[in-house]
Design a protein around this ligand. Structure first.
Ligand SMILES: Nc1ncnc2c1ncn2[C@@H]1O[C@H](COP(=O)(O)OP(=O)(O)O)[C@@H](O)[C@H]1O
Ligand SMILES: [Mg+2]
Length: 402
């Protein structure tokens, strides 16, 4: 399916349904054709239209069972390629959203979703690179998602995530230290996350709200939930209140990441060690996974097991191994060779054991860059950031936004 000159076919539900606030002026290749009828009234002509244009958007009608039936029929008729998106209001429950998904809706979106986030969803589901797909259009911004995962507890993954995020800001200028990149760190260690305290800010309860209302994050929600630090780094913290890990749905994580990558050049995700349903949703959007382990046999085995699970759903996951707690040896030891063999990839990065620098940074609620400027640990993490940046060359178009 090509996204050229795509027409979004929209079923508003009824005469007098609230107007959509989408402004597609920035996307000359997209247009919107609106029908006042509910989805269930789709006839052969409108079905053909939707099939031709490939994007069907509808407003859920409060009778989810009926909507789901209509979706199932339309999905059969349009085939798997078509993108079906549902707009729902705040009263839609978790169970209802799931019912729509199961019937064949690609994504259940809040009806308050902004144009940019909507377009990002459409491109995401069309499986196309936005720039290639719509050369004339301003590409929907696509920041890179860098996910950091620990092979065992306390291995230093969060320390890496926080300092990597900080380095990716690429602050320049003697006095102004202006960030060249927009970076957000998301603390998905929902129950034991330490990112907020590590950066000395009060956590916000975005994830708590997501868990209790089933919210699909939109721009307004983001504005309320993000913490902006003076350095330029934004933080989506773990909640201060305990929530069950599986209270968050995979779709919520996907839409959070979609919304964030539309605004930021880099989204750094700090994963918990626990396996929970939405981890796969993170991985499927991940541009680079940094798996942090030490070189001991139990940790490497654990890393291998995690990789097996991660790759089950995401075969092409781009993984780099980070060895924590030792500097790169001049000559790799037998244990290092064995680790690389078992993991099926080179030991790409090495973080020296530097408890003083790590402690210092945490105690002062600062990134290593400030708390332990000359430390070898800081330099290694900066080097990883530089390597990521070179790889992605994120000369993104987002820099004038937000
Ligand atoms: N390279 C390092 N050298 C020494 N201590 C470290 C290093 N990285 C992290 N630490 C310390 O180890 C502890 C756990 O770190 P953390 O980053 O929270 O691990 P994880 O997220 O893998 O559980 C913290 O006290 C931290 O200061
Ligand atoms: Mg951690």
């Amino acid at each position: 399916m090509t996204m050229h000159n795509s027409n979004i076919v929209y079923f508003a539900g009824a005469e007098g349904a609230p107007q959509l606030g989408f402004d597609l002026r920035d996307y000359p290749d997209l247009s919107l054709q609106e029908f006042k009828s509910p989805l269930g009234r789709m006839d052969a002509a409108t079905t053909a239209l939707a099939r031709e244009h490939g994007v069907l958007l509808f407003r859920a009608q409060g009778n989810t069972e009926r909507d789901a039936q209509a979706v199932a029929a339309i999905r059969r008729s349009l085939g798997p390629e078509a993108i079906i998106l549902a707009l729902t209001d705040a009263s839609t429950s978790l169970a209802e959203a799931r019912m729509l998904n199961e019937a064949g809706v690609n994504e259940v979106l809040p009806d308050t979703i902004g144009t940019e986030a909507l377009v990002a969803q459409i491109y995401r589901h069309s499986g196309q690179n936005t720039a290639a797909a719509a050369p004339a259009a301003k590409p929907a911004a696509q920041g890179k998602i860098i996910t950091v995962a620990p092979a065992r507890g306390g291995v230093g993954a969060t320390t890496l995530a926080m300092n990597l995020a900080n380095s990716l800001l690429d602050r320049r200028g003697f006095r102004t230290r202006k960030a060249r990149n927009k970076v957000v760190i998301v603390d998905l260690d929902l129950q034991f996350g330490t990112v907020a305290s590590g950066l000395d800010v009060d956590p916000r309860d975005g994830f708590y709200a997501m868990a209790s209302d089933g919210t699909l994050p939109d721009d307004t929600f983001l504005a309320q939930s993000l913490i902006d630090l003076p350095s330029g780094l934004s933080v989506f913290s773990a909640p201060s209140r305990m929530i069950p890990l599986d209270a968050i749905r995979p779709e919520q994580i996907t839409s959070l990441l979609t919304a964030l990558r539309a605004h930021y050049d880099y989204v750094v995700v700090d994963l918990p060690r626990t396996l929970v349903g939405w981890v796969s949703a993170v991985l499927s959007d991940t541009d680079k996974l940094l798996l942090v382990t030490d070189s001991s046999v139990p940790s490497v085995r654990q890393a291998r097991r995690l990789l097996d699970l991660y790759e089950e759903d995401n075969l092409a996951l781009p993984v780099e191994i980070v060895v924590s707690g030792e500097s790169k040896p001049m000559l790799p030891g037998a244990n290092h060779k064995e680790a690389a063999r078992l993991l099926g990839r080179p030991l790409a990065h090495w973080l020296p054991h530097d408890p003083k620098a790590a402690r210092n940074a945490i105690d002062r609620g600062m990134p290593l860059e400030e708390a332990a400027r000359g430390s070898a640990l800081r330099k290694k993490i900066s080097a990883i950031a530089a390597a990521m940046h070179a790889e992605f060359e994120n000369k993104s178009a987002n820099k004038d936004k937000r």
